[in-house]
Design a protein around this ligand. Structure first.
Ligand SMILES: [Zn+2]
Length: 137
């Protein structure tokens, strides 16, 4: 077994064991993809956290991703409402807990944009203080 294979094996075991197991193969935030814009393989029904404040009443609610409509990501809320958002405003869960998405959301200290922590960052207590865009500076 090569080094990279053993690393991959550890990663697979770590993500599939215990209470942090992913539900129904929906995606969780990783350092390369924390919102649905950055997610390569999107699945109908993917749980997301709405970080946009338009409209304000929906900010901080969770919804499920349905499809893309031109440049908007269309999501459905639990009450049946359907709205379109910039896909960068739809955050991925940090983890799933008994099948329920859990969102550990932080605000960037520079631009105040919301972003989700990854499970690794929560476990290692290494929370970034800036959003991915501001970290690139
Ligand atoms: Zn920022």
């Amino acid at each position: 077994m090569t080094l990279s294979e053993s690393g991959w094996y550890r990663y697979r075991v770590g993500t599939e064991e215990g209470p942090f197991a992913q539900a129904s193969n929906f995606s969780v935030a990783i350092s390369q993809a924390r919102n649905i814009r950055d997610l390569r393989h999107r699945k109908y029904g993917q749980p997301v956290y709405v970080s946009s404040d338009h409209p304000l009443a929906r900010k901080g609610q969770t919804a499920t991703w349905e499809k893309f409509n031109v440049r908007l990501a269309v999501v459905k809320f639990e009450d049946g409402a359907v709205l379109g958002y910039d896909p960068a405003d739809l955050l991925l869960p940090t983890r799933f807990d008994n099948g329920k998405p859990v969102f550990e959301v932080r605000a960037c200290e520079l631009c105040r944009a919301a972003f989700t922590l990854t499970q690794g960052e929560v476990e290692e207590k290494k929370e970034p203080t800036r959003c991915p865009a501001c970290l690139e500076f």
